[in-house]
Design a protein around this ligand. Structure first.
Ligand code: MRU
Length: 356
């Protein structure tokens, strides 16, 4: 086995976000798996809209899109006002950073781009900002590959795994977080079977994770979210592997709604629970999970299934789209800087202050 095949790089062909000839090219994730079509966005405002509408989604992919969006915003502000463009762009940066509230990568990426602007860019800001956005993108892919290696190493040969939501190339710069571990683990034959929760209501698991794995020829078995406990009861999975939208200072982790329930069920059945996320998803300024803002989306997402209404008129719906898994239910947090087992505030601090 070569180093590349062991790392699973043969299963890395999809890119959700690209910079192409002065525009952002996004896979339109509303249309998958029926159609693979691209959106071409030329303004910061259109990017904020695409993030809000979830044409692009997944915490790292949102951050990368936002970084490229800042390039577009700076270009337009500079053309309009070459002397005072750095002040003019401030309101746009805030607008972009608030497009979705839970995934901290969005604000992280905007802050990193803002720091470059504040450091001073002589003349046309596009080349410098584009270099920074490209660096954010490249670092994310490198982090995912590293996490793939670190996460796969925790898994015994021939294991079954369950994943939730979509955490793959569609949700990141490429390769994926939890799905990066699945790619690497499958390449190394540590993972024998992959189960994916369908992930109601938006169906990221059924529509996106299953599509990605089918594209890569990694066998996948979909389950209804409510089947996870019964799957574990049959000893079919040894690990649950998920991504994160925000990991806070004590290790509590916000991720797609249903993650908390899956973690509770995993603990009950002796199944290990792994969270895989780059350090751009770690928010040490938020003390614990109670302080994480949880996005609530429109009722319509719950009333419908695949675009068809399934609930009667007159019913109401509650649609929080993330939940928080307490640190004590997590066996391992895998980042590109290293693995934290049984996370605590002290261990998270040690990880984030280490130089590795
Ligand atoms: O609402 P979404 O689809 O943006 O939610 C995505 C998730 O919850 C992912 O698990 C998380 O962002 C990690 S993606 C690598």
């Amino acid at each position: 086995m070569t180093a590349n095949s062991e790392a699973g790089l043969q299963y890395d062909r999809i890119r959700a976000v690209e910079w192409e000839e002065g525009r952002i090219k996004l896979i339109d994730q509303h249309l998958l798996p029926a159609r693979l079509e691209y959106l071409y966005l030329g303004t910061l405002d259109h990017c904020a809209q695409a993030i809000r509408d979830m044409a692009v989604r997944g915490a790292p992919a949102i951050g990368i899109t936002a970084a490229y969006a800042v390039v577009l915003g700076a270009r337009d502000c500079y053309i309009e006002n070459p002397r005072d463009w750095t002040e003019a762009i401030e309101a746009d940066l805030e607008h972009l950073a608030h497009a979705r509230p839970t995934a901290v990568n969005l604000r992280w990426a905007v802050e990193r781009m803002r720091a470059v602007i504040r450091a001073g860019i002589p003349g046309n800001p596009v080349p410098r900002l584009l270099a920074e956005a490209r660096a954010i993108h490249a670092e994310d892919i490198a982090a995912n590959r590293r996490m793939g290696e670190l996460g796969a190493a925790l898994i015994a040969v021939g294991s079954g795994v369950l994943t939730h939501c979509n955490t793959g190339s569609l949700a990141t710069g490429g390769f994926g977080t939890a799905l990066g571990v699945v790619r690497a683990g499958y390449a190394q034959q540590r993972i024998g079977r992959v189960f994916a929760d369908e992930t109601r209501p938006w169906l990221q698991g059924a529509r996106l994770t299953a599509w990605e794995l089918v594209q890569e020829r990694i066998p996948v078995t979909l389950i209804a979210d409510g089947a996870a406990a019964w799957l574990m009861k049959q000893n079919q999975v040894q690990w649950v592997i998920v991504g994160a939208d925000r990991i806070v200072a004590n290790g509590d982790t916000a991720n797609k709604i249903g993650t908390y329930m899956t973690a509770l069920v995993a603990r009950q059945h002796g199944v290990k629970f792994m969270v895989v996320a780059p350090t751009s998803t770690v928010d040490m300024a938020t003390p614990d999970g109670d302080a994480i803002p949880i996005e609530t989306r429109a009722e319509g997402e719950v009333f419908e299934f695949g675009g068809a209404r399934v609930a009667p008129e007159g019913a109401r719906a509650w649609n929080p789209v993330f939940d928080v898994t307490p640190a004590e239910l997590i066996d391992a947090i895998v980042t590109e800087k290293g693995v934290v087992e049984q996370p605590t505030r002290a261990k998270m601090t040690a990880l984030m202050t280490s130089n590795s």
